[in-house]
Design a protein around this ligand. Structure first.
Ligand code: FRU
Length: 689
């Protein structure tokens, strides 16, 4: 649950904020600058006090602006205003004075900024375009949130709130986080804003950023387990093909994300200037099964093994389906179509002991109870039954089997339907685990499967010649964010990441890579292992111990099979580590931070996080970004990302490899770059005041 404290009312806040604002950009060339315990060295943090969402991300005249939710008065959420920093390269940041302050009982909640190139707003001066920010005003003395604008005529250095604010007010208390962009085909501004409690995104249009007309709503859809916040919407080419453009709608979900607490989901579809329409995508295969430790059947073999077949519906083994069937895992599944929908038969598992709390599986096909489906049989009686959904898209279902724990059971997949209307069933990946597949998680695509990536937003106005879509997220979680053991600041941003859309076997997915500018922090002469057996690679790592705390590690594993799960362990002290496990049989990446150092500051912090991860030609490609208090794991060129904070000892780091079952993958390369701090004594850089 998101737990922001209710703020006390402080009418005298304006005076105090402007006082703090003048102190906001204290020079920073002290040798002790940014050396406190856990102080990130290549991630953005404010010098002091509380920070949450990135806001107002805009590029103008060679500067990337990063505004952010900021409490100038303390290290917990409250009195929200916009802090400000700028950078030439997204890596080295210069702190600037507070940009927009809470005033007259209105907090400055999250929002965006654009360069108004055509001066549609009329706020421009001397022929120069203004930067216009749009933000949610959050009223401290009444339950109201509305949309407001402010502008700057001096490269974002100082701001004026528009005298005609608010520009949209619908009398709602949950109406926030406007993202504005110029839509060239319809030649107007579009605003994307969250009706948070209704799980809806509303679209508005405006000719001048001041008058707005409501266009349409999207949602509820996907994950609705928490409030919807911080939307973003942008086009991206699929597989870098500029002839194939899709729109990506980003939505923060306030609780119930796969890693627990807050997370970022996305929708892929089209935006025609008025409506966003989601593509029809199969989502089921994208979700790992909770704590699914034991796969009873993955149906990847040539035959059904010791399952018993009757009739002619099930053929002689699992099938590789045609492209209309989606959502299964691996290459094959059970399909009772046989040679026609009228084929009938059963497929019965050997007896197994129910030794976990939940039995989860992917199921699709007919929705005819008693005719096609799967039964759980205990002592000869059918105790659970499931059917498909009259579609060829498999979905996860979970049965609570706690009352049968310790008992012997059998599964029976049956098709006694002669009908031609969905008279067959699909089943895959039958798994025993200790938690169910969460209904919400099952329905959504997630940008990052770790606990610490939220409220992500992308930069506006990056020049066409650059062409990148870059975003950054708040590297924290509302579940425990205000308890992080850091001082005098609290919260960091993720590394800025370049976004792309990749067509995968399961559909189009969002991929993220750290921006290339990060590479400038790499020290020369990385440690390199140029390929060899798993044992050779392990030995090589043992000969390269005592690594410094800032690392950028690339590792490629090939010839991986279901028999060769393995883990990369980052040791940070005696009995202290964070592990990154690749589980091919489960199709999962698992990051475990339960022993990563300080965890007890909040009971929700310690945990193990899973992301769906498919092998690509028997290969896993990992990139680990290790800062003093975070680990960002990018796998398969950023198709899977998992971000997690950690609070380990300050000492040297060691990398180790461990094997799960005994089968050994081949390690075709390891490169360990030591990274320099972005906050060194040469700071601040060349940025003009
Ligand atoms: C997301 C959020 C936004 C809101 C801001 C307030 O983290 O709840 O919806 O604008 O934080 O700080």
């Amino acid at each position: 649950m998101k737990t922001k404290p209710t703020t006390s009312l402080r009418p005298y806040i304006v005076l105090a904020v402007s006082f703090v604002a003048t102190l906001g950009c204290v020079a920073a060339d002290l040798p002790s600058y940014y050396t406190e315990p856990f102080r990130p060295q290549f991630h953005f943090t404010p010098e002091k006090n509380w920070m949450n969402d990135p806001n107002g991300l805009v590029y103008y005249e060679g500067e990337y602006h990063l505004f952010y939710q900021y409490n100038p008065f303390g290290d917990k959420w409250g009195h929200m205003s916009w802090g400000h920093a700028v950078s030439h390269d997204l890596i080295h940041w210069k702190h600037l004075p507070l940009a927009l302050a809470e005033e007259n009982g209105v907090m400055i909640f999250s929002g965006s900024a654009v360069v108004d190139w055509k001066n549609t707003s009329g706020f421009g001066k001397n022929g120069n375009p203004p930067i216009v920010a749009t933000y949610a005003g959050n009223y401290t003395q009444k339950p109201l949130q509305n949309e407001n604008i402010a502008y700057s005529n001096d490269r974002g250095r100082t701001w004026t709130k528009y005298s005609g604010n608010p520009v949209i007010d619908i009398g709602s208390k949950d109406f926030r986080d406007p993202k504005v962009f110029w839509h060239e085909p319809t030649k107007r501004w579009i605003m994307v804003v969250a009706l948070s409690a209704d799980h809806k995104i509303r679209f508005y249009a405006s000719p001048n950023l001041k008058q707005w007309t409501s266009l349409s709503d999207f949602g509820p859809a996907g994950a609705t387990s928490g409030v919807w916040e911080c939307p973003d919407l942008f086009p991206l080419p699929v597989n870098f093909d500029t002839n194939q453009i899709k729109w990506v709608l980003i939505v923060g979900v306030g609780s119930g994300a796969p890693a627990g607490g807050t997370g970022v989901q996305y929708f892929i579809g089209n935006f025609d200037g008025t409506n966003f329409t989601q593509d029809d995508v199969s989502l089921s295969g994208s979700k790992p099964v909770g704590d699914a430790d034991e796969v009873l059947a993955d149906f990847e073999g040539d035959n059904y093994g010791n399952w018993k077949i009757t009739g002619n519906a099930f053929g002689s083994g699992p099938v590789h389906p045609d492209a209309s069937v989606t959502g299964y895992l691996g290459r094959k599944l059970v399909d009772s179509f046989g040679s026609s929908d009228s084929n009938q038969g059963t497929l019965t598992s050997p007896e197994f002991v129910v030794d976990r709390d939940y039995l989860s599986f992917l199921i699709g096909g007919g929705a005819h109870p008693g005719k096609v489906g799967m039964n759980l049989i205990v002592k000869g009686a059918i105790v659970k039954t499931a059917t498909g959904n009259n579609s060829s898209s498999l979905r996860w279902q979970s049965w609570d089997v706690r009352q049968y724990r310790g008992k012997s059971a059998q599964l029976e997949i049956f098709d006694n339907d002669t009908n031609n209307d969905w008279g067959h069933i699909y089943v895959d990946q039958i798994t025993l685990g200790n938690s169910p597949v969460s209904a919400t998680a099952d329905n959504a695509l997630w940008a990052d499967y770790g606990p610490d990536f939220y409220a992500a937003a992308s930069w506006s106005d990056i020049p066409k010649s650059d062409g990148r879509r870059i975003w950054i997220g708040w590297m924290n979680n509302w579940q425990y964010g205000q308890d992080l053991p850091t001082s005098p600041w609290r919260s960091a941003m993720s590394v800025p990441r370049e976004l792309s859309l990749i067509a995968t076997g399961e559909g189009i997915r969002l991929a993220q890579q750290p921006v290339a500018e990060l590479n400038q922090l790499r020290e020369f002469f990385p440690l390199t292992f140029s390929g060899g057996s798993f044992a050779d690679a392990s030995r090589w790592l043992m000969n390269h111990t005592n690594l410094p705390p800032l690392l950028d590690v690339e590792m490629t594993f090939t010839k991986v099979s279901n028999e060769s799960p393995f883990a990369v362990i980052l040791q940070t002290g005696l009995n202290q580590q964070i592990s990154i496990a690749c589980e091919p049989a489960l199709n999962q990446l698992i990051v475990d931070r339960r022993q990563s150092g300080l965890t007890a500051f909040n009971r929700d912090f310690s945990g193990r996080y899973r992301a769906p991860l498919n092998l690509t030609n028997g290969c896993y490609k990992l990139r680990l970004l290790v800062d003093t208090s975070s680990l960002e794991t990018f796998v398969q060129d950023g198709k899977v990302v998992l971000t997690s904070l950690m609070f380990p000892n300050a000492g040297p780091r060691n990398l180790r490899l461990t094997l799960g079952k005994g089968g050994q993958p081949y390690v075709s390369g390891i490169t360990i770059y030591k990274l320099k701090s972005a906050w060194n004594k040469d700071f601040p850089s060349t940025i003009a005041p």
